[in-house]
Design a protein around this ligand. Structure first.
Ligand SMILES: Nc1ncnc2c1ncn2[C@@H]1O[C@H](COP(=O)(O)OP(=O)(O)OP(=O)(O)O)[C@@H](O)[C@H]1O
Ligand SMILES: [Mg+2]
Length: 342
């Protein structure tokens, strides 16, 4: 799969995809990680021939999206963000219907349906109407329907969003099996850093229609090559003002071993080679300046730090820059509680 300078402009607003390029190798598990509105679904719709692009070139499985869309459609399976199931039919009937749409039939289809019901653990619910399925069951059935014709390349648009941890990890293991055992190339979009880290061989991090980082999860984390110390500053029982944060930032930047200090969420993130060693230095420096720490925690680099480094925002706290100090103070805040970093 080769994507070059892909642009998509809708009739309104800025372009949803702004000249992105990447390639996905055969057999690879590739991730497209980004927050709401990053352009993930738009990209997947173009790659799966469901929507025309504005400019750039895209080939999937060696075929051009403009000239050979029919060939691409035979090769791919797609699970779109909104599940495409018929609620009045049973799980088994949904799979049969999908098979018929793919011109399958007879014993071949019946065997495939049973195989897939087994893969996603829905044998017992096969005869139940989908209207009575839980969210997790629907996502699993939807995944199975996208696999009915044994595609070589699978596109999944946020297959685990909204699921509980147990259903999510069940889907992860099916996907790993499909990729490692059956050699299916997988292109997956997600908002979950942990998911991209666990599953993907390589990934692109996207934001506002642009790729901000690309590589293996390990390469990306190595690029940060530093521990992160996250902290918030207290002003009585409230969080400190932006002025206090700015003052703290100046002070922290002067500590030996600190490589960078950036705003994140309601506080600051300090990067340095050895986080555990830095904590006492940070506490002392802020104490000397009469700045009181509310919460502090150390973490080794994660993909969130990669996102933060490239965009100045945390993937989990979209839009925090717009939150005024007044609004911040209204938020519930518990003094001394360890900050949940991610
Ligand atoms: N049909 C449309 N017409 C106009 N604008 C659109 C349309 N679909 C998406 N957009 C806009 O394009 C941008 C990217 O949307 P897209 O759905 O690709 O994001 P996403 O990364 O999939 O987000 P999410 O994680 O919320 O699914 C957004 O600003 C969105 O409002
Ligand atoms: Mg989307």
């Amino acid at each position: 799969m080769v994507v070059k300078d892909l642009v998509k402009k809708y009739s309104e607003g800025p372009p949803a995809v702004q000249g992105i390029s990447f390639d996905v190798r055969a057999g690879e598990f590739f991730g497209f990680l980004g927050p709401n509105g990053a352009g993930k679904s738009t990209t997947i719709k173009i790659l799966t021939t469901l929507m025309p692009k504005s400019s750039g070139s895209v080939s999937v499985g060696g075929f051009d999206v403009d000239k050979e869309a029919h060939r691409i459609r035979k090769l791919i399976g797609v699970q779109s963000q909104e599940t495409a199931l018929d609620l009045d039919l049973t799980g088994q009937e949904n799979l049969m219907l999908q098979g018929h749409l793919q011109r399958m039939g007879g014993q071949v289809l019946e065997k495939r349906v049973n195989e897939l019901l087994g893969l996603v653990g829905l044998e017992d619910a096969a005869g139940k109407r989908v209207a009575f399925y839980s969210g997790g069951m629907k996502k699993r059935l939807d995944l199975a329907t996208s696999l009915i014709h044994s595609p070589k390349i699978l596109f999944l648009d946020e297959p685990t969003t909204g699921l509980d941890p147990q259903s999510r990890s069940a889907i992860w293991s099916y996907l790993k099996r499909l990729n490692k055992e059956d050699g299916i190339t997988i292109f997956l979009t997600t908002q979950y850093l942990e998911e991209a880290d666990k599953l993907c061989d390589r990934l692109s991090i996207v934001d506002h229609g642009q790729i901000v980082a690309q590589g293996t999860p390990e390469e990306m984390k190595r690029e940060i090559a530093a521990d992160a110390v996250s902290l918030t500053i207290a002003d009585g029982l409230d969080l400190a003002s932006d002025n206090a944060l700015s003052e703290a930032r100046q002070i922290l930047r002067r500590i030996v071993g600190v490589t960078d200090v950036i705003y994140s969420g309601n506080g600051l993130t300090v990067y340095g080679k050895n986080g555990a060693f830095l904590v006492p230095e940070i506490v002392r420096a802020l104490d000397n300046a009469q700045l009181k720490i509310a919460t502090i925690s150390v973490s080794t680099p994660t993909l969130d730090d990669v996102f933060l480094k490239h965009t100045g925002r945390s993937i989990r706290s979209e839009g925090h820059k717009e939150i005024s100090v007044e609004q911040k103070k209204k938020r519930p805040f518990f003094f001394g509680r360890k900050q949940e970093v991610r």
